[in-house]
Design a protein around this ligand. Structure first.
Ligand code: PLP
Length: 388
């Protein structure tokens, strides 16, 4: 570990504040470090390993594809990406899919699609994309511009122009902006993940969707973190009774391999022509084979179990000593603690449970199939850490 830390700090760009844990292996919701210590994983690589580590069905799908062809280019047809796109469209009612490698890339595609659509329908000055304050949409210069948190912007001026941010819940602010600016799209997270696990108000989400639809403003749902079963619905917008024009997702879709997707609805399904957009690795057959395995298992029974486990954890933690409140849906929970979240997370780590933070809260994003008894054990550890 000492050598690894020295090597890492000598050669890895200094963008991450790592915890002193070297993960060497895992199985399901258990991770093992280089000293042989086991941890219950309540982070899933930040909502990525949907069915845990080394899940057998996922491994079989991925290794099966790996032995056939690991990559070709988007100049040729491959089956996994077409089959996955069909599954995504059939499960959501969206019409076509663009595959990239990450959440930021999925959002870039959505922004490009919206700009092109609005420019064609309304003229070249209808380019503004509105997002919500406290949102997070990625780290590229354009998705940083979309991100509604000033501190992410400070180091990298000038960002891509043409973005505006309004307060979540404030319809008047959006109406005022629309009176002054020609808006191409509104992009929302139904639950702001990096922003502290903050769900959007249902009435507001519906009013916003109606407002956008009435003005032919595209509604983009960023489901990078909330998607693929995480909230107990296949996509979180389904909990809200709203219909986006574009859905972006990544993280849990690939189950541990890099894959992002922008799902294009009726209005924008044919917005791109060959050459308008692309990605070398987008739709990679190994990543898509893994995603087919993930998506095909997110059925009603699994979603019901996600809701049940989420309800258990939320209720157990909500009234516990040292806990101020719990936000979120399904297995995407933010626990507000009396002690600083960082202190609770450190204590949990010492006691064999890995949690995440988001703003002021302890964020829990366990694997969708975490066994109930493992979750119960982890919740006990968090409760002790909060109460001490
Ligand atoms: N959008 C949301 C809502 C996210 O939570 C994230 C990452 O945390 C992103 C976009 C960016 O995804 P990626 O890191 O895969 O580019």
């Amino acid at each position: 570990m000492t050598n690894l830390r020295a090597l890492d700090s000598a050669y890895i760009a200094n963008t991450y504040a790592r915890f002193p844990v070297e993960i060497v292996s895992g199985r399901g919701s258990i991770l093992t470090d280089s000293a042989g210590k086991e941890y219950i994983d309540l982070g899933s690589g930040i909502a990525v390993t949907s069915f845990g580590i080394a899940d057998e069905a996922w491994l079989a799908a991925v290794t099966g594809q790996l032995t056939r062809v690991q990559h070709t280019s988007n100049l040729y047809y491959t089956e996994p990406c077409a089959v996955l796109a069909q599954m995504l469209c059939e499960r959501t009612g969206m019409k076509k899919v663009f595959f990239g490698n990450s959440g930021a890339e999925a959002n870039e595609c959505a922004i490009k699609a919206a700009r092109k659509y609005a420019s064609e329908k309304k003229g070249p000055d209808a380019f503004t994309i509105v997002t919500l304050k406290n949102s997070f949409h990625g780290r590229t210069l354009t998705t940083l511009a979309a991100t509604g948190q000033d501190h992410y912007h400070e180091l990298y001026q000038p960002l891509t122009p043409g973005f505006a941010h309004v307060e979540a819940g404030d319809m008047a602010a959006l109406e005022k902006l629309a009176a002054q600016t020609r808006i191409a799209a509104v992009m929302i997270e139904c639950i702001q993940g990096e922003g502290g696990v903050v769900p959007l108000d249902r009435e507001y989400a519906r009013a916003l969707a109606d407002f956008a639809q009435a003005r032919d403003i595209l509604l983009i749902a960023d489901e990078v973190q909330t998607g693929n079963g995480r909230t107990g619905a296949l996509y979180a917008y389904m909990n809200y009774g709203i219909q986006p024009d574009i859905v972006t997702t990544a993280k849990g879709l690939g189950g541990g391999l890099p894959l992002g997707a922008a799902l294009l609805g009726e209005k924008v399904k044919d917005i791109f022509q060959p050459g308008d957009h692309g990605s070398t690795f987008g739709g990679n057959p190994v990543c898509c084979a893994g995603a087919i395995s993930v998506l095909s298992r997110i059925d009603d029974a699994l979603l019901a179990s996600v809701r049940e486990k989420g309800d258990y954890a939320a209720h157990a933690l909500a009234g516990a000593p040292g806990v101020e409140g719990v936000r979120g849906m399904g297995l995407m929970l933010g626990v507000r603690t009396k002690k600083p979240a960082s202190a609770v997370i450190s204590r949990c780590r010492e006691n064999g449970v890995l949690c995440l933070s988001a703003k002021d809260c302890v964020r829990l994003l366990p694997a969708l199939n975490i066994p109930m008894d493992v979750l119960q054990r982890a919740v006990q550890v968090i409760m002790r850490a909060c109460a001490e």
